[in-house]
Design a protein around this ligand. Structure first.
Ligand code: GLU
Length: 467
């Protein structure tokens, strides 16, 4: 049977990091089995579902490279089908109308609590004759769930989890206004979409038991279940914003590469021996449900940052230039010229060595496209002493007359200058870096000169001398 998985977010907020991991696991499982990965937008909560959230989900998934098969299903648009199944259950005596009023239900829960019982619906309309229905009350439709025995969720991660049926009350399938509930909609949609494997957060484990009861009553095959432990913060507490429970776009804006985040999310709850750096191709080849961890994973920003650095260093220079360009354009207020783009791409090999994020990469590229005369930061300024100025002036003269301009020839010229001045290379390199970049950190100084070219380099040196 072809594996069919689905990701079923509710569009009431952004695609947060936990949801992204669920999507990734579903995607990997489907790709591993050459099956299908479907997307279902659970937009039945009309008040809280927004167009912006739907866009954020699509955008976040695309950015992460999690492509889905077929058109996304919007759950709300399937509501007639959900109602049809509820009616079918009514006809078969597997569901019933419940006329209990709000007050009655509140009182029922109160009494249960007072008596130390779980506040569940007591089934008071389960076997009552509909002729007893009070006039003018719109009933809800409840599922006649089994009262005895157990329901077992055969879970690929949690193992067999047994629920006593008496603990699971007769849930509502259709509200008094006739709209289907989440429980009914999920079951019907999963069936209609041909979902074979449900992979989601373990906060849905109890729902699974209820859904299995419903599926069995309808007479459909129960899909495989995999409930993934939730993500916790580094301190073991539930993931909060402070811990990184942010939307995927926040990670993009912080300068993480999608491939680094994907790798990080994969390792957050799944393992393959001691492997930390796992390419997407390898992930597709290796992914399985057996190696999903049984305990909550802890979110660790430092680890993510580390991976991001690794991915940046091994990324293609043109690709990184493409990511840095819009950030720089925003900083400077204008699009980069082809020359500037070339300059950045040429310098990228040196720049990416130090970068931890795309943002820091952009930050460290600014000097390349800066207009002369450069504004030096405080530290850089302090390096341009009178003595250093004199050395730089003589160096500029040497550089100006070089026959050929490349990393080797400028290095030779600078070494010769240091020898002639009888000072260490660093004594020249530091103020030189300050003059060329306006800061005290940059890629190797010879590379900087090479990339900037003669005119800019000599010009920038002379600019600080004349200040
Ligand atoms: N819409 C549910 C959620 O966002 C997921 C339902 C499911 O995966 O079955 O939590």
């Amino acid at each position: 049977m072809t594996v069919v998985t689905r990701f079923a977010p509710s569009p009431t907020g952004f695609l947060h990091i936990g949801g992204a991991r669920t999507a990734l696991f579903n995607w990997l499982y489907a790709r591993h089995h050459k099956g299908k990965f479907l997307l279902r937008i659970e937009d039945t909560d009309r008040e809280r579902s927004t167009e912006a959230a739907i866009e954020a989900i699509f955008g976040g998934m695309k950015w992460l490279g999690l492509d889905w098969d077929e058109e996304p299903i919007f759950q709300f648009s399937q509501r007639e089908r959900h109602v049809e199944i509820a009616n079918q259950l009514l006809e078969q005596g597997k569901a019933y109308y419940c006329y209990a009023s709000r007050e009655e239900l509140a009182e029922m829960r109160e009494t249960a609590r007072a008596e130390g019982r779980p506040p569940v619906y007591d089934g008071r309309w389960r076997d009552r004759d509909p002729s007893e229905a009070p006039a003018g009350v719109d009933p809800v439709v409840r599922f006649k769930s089994p009262n005895e025995g157990n329901t077992i969720v055969h879970d690929k991660v949690q193992g067999d989890v047994t629920f006593a049926n008496e603990q699971l009350d007769d849930m509502i399938l259709l509200r008094a206004d006739g709209t289907p509930t989440y429980m009914l909609s999920v079951v019907v949609d999963d069936y209609d979409m041909g979902v074979t494997d449900i992979i989601r957060g373990d906060d849905h484990l109890t729902n699974a038991a209820r859904q299995i009861q419903l599926i069995e009553a309808i007479g459909w095959a129960v899909p495989n279940h995999t409930h993934i432990p939730l993500i916790h913060g580094p301190d073991g507490a539930k993931l909060s914003k402070r811990h990184g429970a942010l939307g995927v776009e926040a990670y993009r804006d912080m300068g993480y590469l999608p491939e680094a985040l994907r790798n990080y999310l994969l390792r957050l709850g799944w393992s393959h021996g001691d492997d930390e750096v796992i390419s997407t191709e390898q992930a597709i080849e290796w992914f399985n449900l057996e190696n999903i961890g049984k305990s909550a994973a802890r979110f660790d920003f430092a680890k993510l940052e580390n991976l991001n650095g690794l991915y940046i260093r091994s990324a293609n220079d043109a690709y990184l230039t493409g990511l840095v360009a819009p950030i720089l354009a925003e900083k400077t207020g204008q699009d980069l010229s082809p020359n500037q783009l070339n300059l950045i791409e040429k310098a990228m090999n040196g720049l990416k060595e130090r970068a931890k994020s795309v943002n820091s990469l952009a930050e460290s590229s600014v000097f390349l496209i800066a207009e002369r005369p450069l504004a030096l930061d405080k530290k850089a300024k302090s390096l341009i002493t009178e003595e250093a100025s004199a050395v730089l002036m003589r160096l500029a003269d040497r550089l100006e007359i070089l026959d050929v301009w490349n990393a080797e020839t400028v290095e030779a010229a600078i070494r010769a200058a240091a020898d002639a001045e009888d000072i260490k290379l660093g004594k020249i390199a530091q103020p030189l870096r300050a003059a060329l970049t306006g800061t005290t950190v940059s890629p190797g100084i010879f590379d900087v000169l090479d990339v900037l070219g003669r005119e800019q380099s000599v010009g920038r040196i002379r600019d600080v001398l004349s200040e």
